[in-house]
Write a protein that binds this ligand. Structure first.
Ligand code: SAM
Length: 251
């Protein structure tokens, strides 16, 4: 059983497309801000691509080669179904792989040395794929350290939990931007950190109408200090919302 993909995910994504329109528009806006490439041949590698439910084909069409990886055996045929025709129209070569691209990250990076790498809503899922929270955190740190020197980006869950907001309600929280703060040192106390938190993010979290305690997806150290971070609301299902964070890193 795949805890973050598989048939349940595909059915859920297919059924909620209308409720996720604003979230997908925010993601599309962020995707469009990817770091520029100096290469004449532009290549994209997507890890955790699933069927690419939340990205527009038009963004993928800007690449000459798109290579996807997902553990889920339904991901490759559904990705081709959703984006294949558009990519054929733009002469973009598409290769979809059913594989564990995180355990084999070295091999993936070596096989695609100049590609832009997108972790597509996968790093925040690792706590469900790893036996302990500590091990999941260590795994995320190892992955991000391995990306040093590469052009890469990630959109991932930061938090998720119950909300009073109804999916598709008119005033969706507006995407916010911040800059990744340095990792806290042992001398930095928690109250000092919250005092420096941007006002906009406080407003954003209130707009999510969170109820109770939210789940921490262990992604607060994914981005190096100074990375511009987009904050995106994702009304995952009625009464349940995810706080997504998205950022691009260039060497
Ligand atoms: C939330 S879904 C991603 C959604 C997808 N980006 C979309 O827009 O449709 C997370 C995906 O990550 C995949 N995944 C988890 N661990 C993985 C790994 N080690 N290598 C490749 N894919 C992985 C899961 O199978 C699942 O399809």
């Amino acid at each position: 059983m795949n805890p973050s993909g598989g048939l349940f995910w595909h059915l859920h994504a297919w059924r909620h497309q209308a409720q996720w329109t604003a979230t997908c528009a925010d993601i599309a806006q962020w995707l469009g801000q990817m770091p520029p490439s100096k290469d004449t041949h532009s290549e994209l590698v997507i890890v955790g691509a699933s069927a690419g439910w939340m990205m527009p084909s038009s963004w993928l069409q800007g690449f000459q080669t798109v290579t996807t990886f997902d553990l889920d055996r339904w991901a490759a045929p559904l990705f081709r179904l959703r984006h294949g025709a558009a990519l054929r129209a733009s002469n973009t070569a598409l290769q979809c792989n059913t594989a564990d691209a995180l355990t084999d990250l070295d091999a993936v990076l070596q096989a695609h040395p100049r590609a832009l790498v997108l972790f597509d809503n996968v790093l925040g899922q690792l706590r469900f794929h790893t036996p302990s929270v500590d091990e999941a955190s260590r795994r995320i740190d190892t992955i991000t350290a391995r990306m040093h020197g590469r052009r890469w980006g990630s959109v991932h869950d930061a938090f998720s939990g119950r909300t009073q907001r109804r999916a598709g309600s008119a005033s969706a929280p507006i995407m916010q931007r911040s800059v990744q703060a340095p990792a806290p040192t042992s001398a930095a106390s928690q109250p000092a950190q919250s005092a420096t938190r941007p006002v906009e993010l406080g407003r954003f979290s209130r707009q999510l109408h969170a109820q109770g305690e939210w789940l921490d997806h262990l992604t607060d150290h994914v981005f190096p200090a100074g990375t511009p971070v987009h904050h995106i609301a994702w009304p995952f299902s009625p009464g349940y919302c995810h706080w997504l964070q998205a950022g691009w890193i260039s060497p």
